[in-house]
Design a protein around this ligand. Structure first.
Ligand code: ADP
Ligand code: MG
Length: 309
């Protein structure tokens, strides 16, 4: 079997004493599309920035094609063939679209000394290659662009150098429904030549796009499986973000659920393991959701409703 393109081993990261990534292990396999799934605050951006050299992990190892790597900046990672589309844009607002793209290329060691016209031509080609009908001119200043257009320039910037690993942090946020479909098409096309990791908190995006899903809850990998394996399981785990009475009984009454057992997760959340068809989950989530108190949780963390297998 060939080596994974990227391997994260026992990654830990904390900010100000708060653990954000807790023993994260996973691999990216060549040419596949991987989704990093988790709610806001789960640690997705932090993990991606560690892979991309923006942050350094407190401990743990990142291997690229079997060799341990520590990148000290996003430019260093780009030179090694890892590009990232940042969620909190990496563009300089007071520069034009083409200046932003060429700043990235120059910092990564390519194409120095081109005149403005040539840079604009190359930028236009790059924007065209995204295959999305957008009216962005290479000379537009980034600060004047809409959120969706900035997102597309951010993508063009990531694609301006050849990459073996492409990381997209929530790539469809701020785009309209047509653009979302087009970006998914683009990601599929890019996966023909690169390995892709994208993050999302939208489950339909996972089904639409990925080969493999890595589910991150409160900084821990709680599931890591091919989509076909997840679809085949009939069991599920429900993790609540607070103690709620009557849940076990409500789950037990659902059609197809054969058995429900309660347990507490390692980080102290009430949880239930069910055996039976996971097709009942959308039905189950609605009445459970209505039981939640209206006051917001004081916890920093909140857990998604279920995982499998
Ligand atoms: P996600 O991308 O899944 O929404 P993040 O990785 O952005 O999650 O954030 C995970 C947690 O780490 C959050 O609680 C966030 O406030 C915290 N965090 C992220 N970056 C920093 C930082 N630079 N300094 C302090 N805390 C941070
Ligand atoms: Mg994020």
């Amino acid at each position: 079997m060939s080596l994974p393109v990227l391997e994260c081993r026992q990654i830990y990261k904390s900010f100000g004493g708060v653990t954000v990534l807790n023993n994260v292990d996973f691999i990216l396999e060549k040419g596949e599309i991987h989704a990093l799934v988790g709610q806001n605050g789960a640690g997705k951006s932090t993990l991606m920035k560690i892979i991309n050299g923006v942050y350094t992990q407190d401990s743990g190892t990142i291997l690229i094609e079997g060799k341990e790597q520590i990148y000290k900046s996003a430019q260093e990672a780009r030179r090694a063939g890892i590009s990232m589309v940042f969620q909190d844009f990496s563009l300089v607002p007071t520069l034009s679209v083409s200046q932003n793209i060429f700043l990235a290329r120059e910092l990564s060691g390519g194409h120095l000394g081109l005149d403005d016209r040539r840079m604009e031509e190359i930028t236009q080609k790059l924007l065209d290659s995204i295959g999305i009908d957008i009216s962005i001119h290479p000379r537009d200043y980034v600060e004047n662009l809409s959120v969706g257009s900035k997102q597309l320039v951010e993508i063009a910037k990531a694609l301006s150098t050849d990459s073996k690993i492409l990381i997209f942090d929530e790539p469809t946020v701020g785009l309209d429904p047509t653009q979302i479909v087009e970006i998914r098409g683009l990601i599929r096309r890019l996966a023909e030549n690169s390995t892709v990791l994208f993050s999302t908190h939208i489950l339909s995006e996972v089904e639409a796009l990925c080969d493999r899903a890595i589910i991150l809850i409160n900084g821990q990998v709680r599931a890591d499986a091919r989509l076909s394996e997840l679809a085949a399981t009939s069991d599920a785990i429900l993790v609540l973000d607070r103690q709620t009475s009557g849940v076990q009984e409500a789950l037990g009454r659902l059609d197809h659920v054969r058995d429900v057992s309660a347990f507490v997760t390692s980080d102290g959340y009430p949880a239930f393991r069910t055996l039976g068809s996971s097709s009942t989950w959308p039905t189950a989530a609605r009445p459970l959701h209505r039981r939640r108190p209206t006051t917001p949780s004081t916890s920093r963390r909140s857990s998604p409703p279920c995982r499998g297998p």
